[in-house]
Design a protein around this ligand. Structure first.
Ligand code: HEC
Length: 208
């Protein structure tokens, strides 16, 4: 009788152990299958997307298998090389901002240009050409100034959009030009500078 009870107890115990073991096994299996949370690097700010992303993407290895893993946003359109003319790199139309801008703010804004440019009527050329009357003036047309070849090949006269593109990023707007100037990054600041340049340009076309 005792033997039988022992047998039954043993069987029950064995069954219990089996259940626990299977459960543990399933757990372990579960853990093995469930992917660890994939760390998605935060997308870098759009402005410096191109360089940062490349650097961040290189050492990452295989892409995360998770379909919902946020892929880094497509690289912000890099400034397009000016092909037909200087407008190619212009962002949003600047004219409404120019119309709203303060000439005084622009006059203060061109202090950084004075290392290279004069702005008074008949002022001399320095590192860069005199900028009196530049709005509405043919690109690269100041007598006696040795412009770069690229500036000389650009068609037309300086207007709001061309100035906007050139002042945003001189190097991108006219690759190979010799204005060694990083550019004015804020649209409002460029608009103020352009408003000031208009104020000293008798031949500037009217604001549209
Ligand atoms: C480090 C010197 C330097 C600074 C600073 C500089 N420029 Fe220039 N800029 C030049 C040179 C040099 C050229 C001629 C470029 C060429 O021929 O490739 C030029 C050309 C220009 C032209 C074209 C003029 C023409 O006759 O076609 C404009 C417009 C202009 N600069 C505006 C500005 C403004 C506005 C600023 C300030 C926000 C500025 N530049 C700051 C050196 C400078």
């Amino acid at each position: 009788m005792t033997k039988r009870i022992e047998k039954i107890a043993g069987a029950v115990l064995f069954a219990l152990i089996l259940i626990v073991a299977v459960d543990l096994g399933v757990d372990a299996l579960d853990r093995a299958i469930t992917p660890a949370p994939v760390q998605v690097a935060e997308a870098p700010p759009a402005q410096e997307a191109a360089p940062t992303q490349q650097a961040a993407a290189a050492p990452e290895g295989p892409a995360p298998a998770e379909p919902q893993a946020a892929a880094p946003p497509p690289a912000e359109a890099a400034p397009v090389e000016a092909s037909g003319g200087i407008e190619a790199v212009a962002p949003d139309p600047i004219t409404p901002l120019v119309a709203a801008a303060s000439v005084e703010a622009g006059e203060a804004g061109v202090k950084i240009c004075k290392a290279c440019h004069t702005f008074d009527d008949g002022g001399p050329n320095r590192v860069g050409p005199n900028l009196h009357g530049v709005v509405g003036r043919d690109i690269a047309s100041v007598e006696g100034f040795a412009y770069s070849d690229i500036l000389k090949t650009l068609p037309g006269a300086w207007d709001d959009e061309k100035l906007d593109a050139y002042l945003l990023n001189p190097r991108a707007a006219a690759p190979g030009n010799k204005m060694a100037f990083a550019g004015v990054k804020k649209a409002e600041d460029r608009a103020a500078v352009i408003a000031y340049l208009r104020s000293i340009s008798p031949n500037a076309p009217p604001l549209e």
